[in-house]
Write a protein that binds this ligand. Structure first.
Ligand code: HEM
Ligand SMILES: *[C@@H]1O[C@H](CO)[C@@H](O)[C@H](O)[C@H]1NC(C)=O
Ligand SMILES: *[C@@H]1O[C@H](CO)[C@@H](O)[C@H](O)[C@H]1NC(C)=O
Ligand SMILES: *[C@@H]1O[C@H](CO)[C@@H](O)[C@H](O)[C@H]1NC(C)=O
Ligand SMILES: *[C@@H]1O[C@H](CO)[C@@H](O)[C@H](O)[C@H]1NC(C)=O
Ligand SMILES: *[C@@H]1O[C@H](CO)[C@@H](O)[C@H](O)[C@H]1NC(C)=O
Length: 496
């Protein structure tokens, strides 16, 4: 009964809005398939893998229409942009995340990813120093240790046929994130870790479901739904993780502070890891309240592990699918390391240019954040059209990565394209794997260092095989695999 009434209310709003829709003659062309009143809602139904197929189609339609289109969710008009220059322009003018991000707020609050613009401006500046290169260089031992641990854990799968490597990588990267930016050792908390990983997955699924059901967009209705109750169960587990991390670290911080006060204070600005910086700013300067501290920890936990783990998963699968690429990786590794099994150093990382190209190309083909969204706080004039203030604008990294400026081989997996500046697009926004404009990923350099170290260890030891074309993917905020992403591994025979 409730839902029937709501649908009716929703439809009447739709009628009103339909009449008022394109006042502006300069609107971008509409996506095909809109129905009266409901607009494109019917295309967004279906499960998350059907949704992903729809999004892909819409990205290609937008590319064909010149890079900007309009879509309609009932009474709302939204925009989809796949043109790199336009994306960058919008991303830099409109720093406020769209209201869809509020679905993430019960979990991530005012953390950097979801935070309101005014809070974000202050907090991003305060937290940036925690990702200074000098700090990141200090993590390289941990990355080596964790990479060796992953190689060892994978040993049981050697010659056993296809298996789900994602599960191994997820837990490994979560532990690494805790050890580095959080500076806590959670390796023994395997129960909490695996509970957290599952809860995070469920949470992303629920948020996507809410997006697909427009009547749940309103908090009033959502608060009565069973989805909300399921979400609350997940939140208990997710927040238990961040609370546990914080409790451990806070006690250590206060203890260390007590010890330090007796020593001489160190001169000059000192660089601190994320957690130390966060606690110092909160405890000494009162920069964050308790909820905000936890929001930042939650944001870095999910932003730090799920993303890198997914990229590693897709990269291993892609490399396993292309024999020559794997051979090229081996050649580079042999040149840098010979037959030695030593740790990867900072100098090695700058020499692993082909491996870096492979990572970037994997992120181009499978951007794990295929779509981000901004709120337009002003009208935006683009080359051929004008976007109307107050509306939602989707910036599609997936579409940007398939723009004709990549060349006729845009659909192919070709790491070599990154090694030749002549063939790379001149537009700096053509690669959007780490977001766009000033609100780009804070962990970009961290992630590249960590992933290169991990892959160097994995490919020094194993030969991977798989077939990415048989993979089925789904859209759950991030691009995730459903099936067919399994790989098989064998021990690599050394040359000579
Ligand atoms: C391969 C790994 C990674 C990828 C592909 C990635 C991708 C992205 C993307 C696309 C965004 C923009 C999201 C948006 O605009 O809505 C973003 C933002 C962010 N990422 Fe990452 N990320 C990665 C690793 C990391 C790591 C390791 C951390 C932290 C340790 C991190 C922390 C963040 C944070 C805090 C933001 C919000 C930035 C802001 O708005 O100021 N990410 N990331
Ligand atoms: C989504 O629906 C399609 C078609 O009904 C089905 O084949 C597929 O297995 C479903 N995928 C998921 C992830 O449920
Ligand atoms: C703008 O319009 C011109 C002419 O119709 C077209 O060739 C071009 O692709 C359009 N560009 C964009 C970015 O829409
Ligand atoms: C990192 O910190 C050092 C020392 O405070 C500073 O000189 C340097 O400019 C910082 N680098 C970046 C990229 O912020
Ligand atoms: C948090 O997780 C730990 C470890 O799984 C568990 O023992 C504890 O009961 C949990 N606390 C809450 C409030 O769920
Ligand atoms: C919905 O529930 C949350 C707590 O779970 C509460 O903070 C919020 O105010 C509620 N919103 C409405 C509109 O009832």
């Amino acid at each position: 009964m409730w839902s029937v009434t709501l649908v009716l209310v929703f439809l009447s709003c739709g009628i009103l809005a339909w009449r008022r829709r394109n006042r502006n003659k300069d609107e971008p062309p509409p996506l095909p398939g809109a129905l009266p009143l409901i607009g494109h809602i019917h295309l967004l139904l279906g499960n998350s893998s059907q949704l992903w197929n729809t999004i892909k189609t819409m990205c290609y339609q937008t590319l064909n229409a010149g890079g900007v289109t309009s879509g309609y969710i009932g009474p709302r008009t939204l925009y989809l942009v796949t043109d790199p220059d336009n994306c960058l322009k919008i991303a830099n003018i409109c720093l406020q995340k769209d209201s869809f991000y509020k679905f993430l707020k019960p979990w991530l609050g005012e953390g950097l990813l979801t935070g309101d613009l005014q809070i974000w401006k202050v907090h991003r500046k305060l937290l940036n120093p925690a990702f200074n290169q000098t700090i990141l260089d200090g993590f390289i031992d941990v990355h080596n240790r964790q990479a060796r641990r992953l190689v060892k854990d994978l040993q049981v799968e050697v010659d056993k046929g296809p298996f789900d490597h994602f599960t191994y990588i997820l837990l490994n990267v979560l532990e690494t994130t805790c050890l580095t930016v959080m500076a806590v050792d959670f390796s023994d908390e395997s129960l909490l870790n695996s509970e957290y990983v599952h809860a995070a997955e469920d949470m992303l699924e629920y948020i996507m479901e809410r997006f697909q059901k427009p009547w749940l967009h309103s908090d009033v209705v959502f608060n009565w739904s069973s989805l909300k109750r399921m979400q609350d169960e997940c939140l208990k587990i997710l927040h238990n993780m961040s609370n546990t991390v914080l409790k451990k670290r806070k006690a250590e911080y206060l203890y260390n502070k007590q010890c330090k006060e007796t020593e001489d204070t160190i001169k000059g600005p000192k660089l601190q890891t994320f957690m130390d910086l966060l606690l110092e700013l909160a405890i000494e300067k009162g920069a964050f309240n308790d909820r905000e501290i936890r929001d930042h920890v939650d944001t870095i936990l999910i932003g730090g592990h799920d993303t890198s783990a997914s990229v590693l998963m897709y990269t291993m699968l892609l490399v396993g699918s292309y024999h020559e690429v794997q051979e090229n990786i081996y050649e580079e590794l042999d040149n840098v390391f010979g037959n030695e099994d030593r740790d990867v150093t900072k100098q090695d990382l700058s020499q692993l240019v082909y491996l870096e190209a492979v990572l970037k190309e994997s992120m181009r083909i499978y951007p794990i954040a295929p779509i981000i969204a901004r709120k337009l706080h002003q009208d935006i004039k683009l080359r051929n059209c004008t976007l109307t203030k107050g509306r939602t604008c989707f910036l599609a990294a997936y579409g940007v990565h398939r723009h004709p400026m990549w060349g006729p081989d845009v659909e192919e997996f070709k790491p070599e394209r990154w090694l030749d500046f002549e063939t790379l697009p001149k537009c700096p926004a053509a690669f959007a794997g780490f977001g766009m404009g000033r609100r780009f990923c804070i962990g970009k350099t961290y992630a590249m260092m960590a992933m290169k170290t991990t892959l160097a260890h994995v490919f020094r030891r194993y030969r991977v095989s798989g077939s990415h074309l048989s993979m089925v993917t789904k859209m759950e905020i991030m691009l995730k695999p459903v099936s067919g992403h399994h790989v098989a591994i064998e021990i690599r025979k050394n040359k000579t």
